[in-house]
Design a protein around this ligand. Structure first.
Ligand code: HEC
Ligand code: HEC
Length: 363
């Protein structure tokens, strides 16, 4: 900065001197009765050009000739992942950028495009992915997508198969959104995949970003208690999700202000949240709305009891016969037998889970 300014000032001084000298020469020539000379025309032009060049460089953006900055992941003060930097999307090529933005939009406003009155197709229960994957899948411990692109394809015990990201996304379409899978070649699936890939920016293959997914709560010594959960529910949840867990639609009658927790429009019995540990961990770090992992509003016990209450209510069923082909790999809180152990379905649903976990830890 300082050098161009020095050049600028010097050039200006030189110009002033040249004009003064020129004038002086002209006056002397006139007095001497000589024809006026041409003066220092070319010298002045050169100094003017130099001056303009110096001024111009103040207006050329500094990064014009530099490569665009790479996409980058963001982390909060606790080193928890908070998504990829949206301000850098502008450096991507237009088609790619639009695909990623559409993917993010589908996660946020799924129902608008794919819900019961969806503008693209009608194939889900009216919930949004974001209802459970908060802040478009970027909230620390908000069931975020910080471990998706880096850990798939992976062998999953639920299907017993190697699953791609598209397959995993469709799992949530068929279970959490109690709907139909997307055609993997559709623009919608391509957009969701582009968004997931971009969210994976900077996360090494095989690694999970810190704060990704759902927190694991310690098991209680007792079984979770649905009756206790009912009391907590009416005090801390019903104001938004409704006394009947049915949620509240927005004025458009199409998308939810507060999503349902049970009933015909909720996630089905094959969904992740139907497992106690997933539900308890999710609500502990995120509910009532405004809670975060480090400013929770529920105790662990309240979260477990709420899970027992909500997951005891009516909700759509799902044919789960293909799930968990190897029953010894079933999560201990999967509420449907058969099991590779002697604990009851009741205990697998509500706990106490400690003894079951201990049984599987034994060599
Ligand atoms: C009713 C809640 C709910 C909704 C709605 C929902 N999901 Fe999920 N999703 C879950 C749960 C629970 C998990 C499993 C988390 C775990 O096992 O820790 C999950 C897991 C995933 C995963 C795998 C994450 C990982 O790290 O392995 C992907 C990808 C995913 N969901 C995508 C979607 C998409 C896309 C949508 C919208 C079409 C959606 N989900 C809607 C609850 C939901
Ligand atoms: C102030 C309103 C409010 C309160 C109170 C509240 N929630 Fe929520 N809840 C929401 C909203 C809004 C969402 C969806 C968030 C989004 O889309 O960003 C949600 C999402 C959820 C979800 C995932 C989506 C679904 O419908 O399955 C669960 C589970 C949940 N809440 C449970 C609870 C529980 C349990 C309580 C009581 C401890 C509770 N909430 C209290 C507003 C609330």
């Amino acid at each position: 900065m300082i050098i161009p300014i020095i050049i600028l000032i010097s050039a200006l001084l030189v110009l002033v001197v040249m004009y003064v000298l020129d004038d002086a020469l002209r006056v002397m020539n006139e007095r001497a009765g000589l024809a006026p000379g041409k003066g220092m025309v070319w010298s002045k032009r050169i100094v003017w050009a130099l001056l303009l060049a110096v001024v111009a460089q103040f207006f050329i953006p500094a990064d014009l000739f530099e490569p665009p900055p790479p996409q980058q992941a963001l982390y909060n003060a606790d080193s928890l992942w908070t998504g990829a930097d949206t301000t850098r999307l502008t450096y991507l090529d237009k088609d790619q950028r639009e695909l990623i933005r559409y993917g993010q939009e589908l996660i946020r406003n799924t129902a608008h495009y794919l819900g019961p009155k969806g503008t693209v197709m009608q194939g889900t229960n009216g919930m949004n992915c974001q209802n459970c994957h908060l802040d478009a899948g970027t909230k620390p411990w908000g069931n975020n997508y910080g471990a998706v692109w880096s850990t798939y394809p992976k062998l999953r015990a639920r299907s017993g198969k190697l699953e791609t990201v598209a397959k995993r996304v469709n799992d949530c379409f068929e279970r959490s959104l109690n709907g139909t899978a997307l055609d993997t070649t559709s623009r919608e699936m391509q957009a969701i995949l582009a968004y997931m890939q971009w969210l994976g920016t900077g996360i090494n293959k095989g690694e999970k970003a810190k704060g990704s997914g759902i927190v694991e709560l310690a098991f209680m010594d007792r079984a979770a208690d649905p009756e206790q959960g009912a009391r907590i529910y009416s005090g801390k949840c019903a104001s938004c999700h409704g006394a009947e867990g049915q949620g509240v639609l927005k004025a458009d009658g199409n998308t939810y202000q507060y999503p349902p927790l049970w009933g015909p429009h909720s996630y089905n019995q094959g969904a992740g949240l139907f497992r106690m540990s997933r539900f308890a961990g999710y609500v502990k770090a995120n509910m009532p709305l405004g809670a975060t992992w480090n400013t929770p509003m529920l105790s662990d016990e309240e979260a477990w009891d709420l899970a027992a209450y909500v997951n005891s209510q009516q909700r759509p069923s799902k044919d789960l016969t293909g799930d968990w082909p190897d029953i010894s790999k079933k999560p201990i809180d999967h509420p449907f037998g058969p099991y590779a152990d002697a604990f009851t379905e009741q205990q697998h649903k509500f706990g106490p889970f400690g003894p079951i976990a201990a049984y599987y830890k034994k060599p």
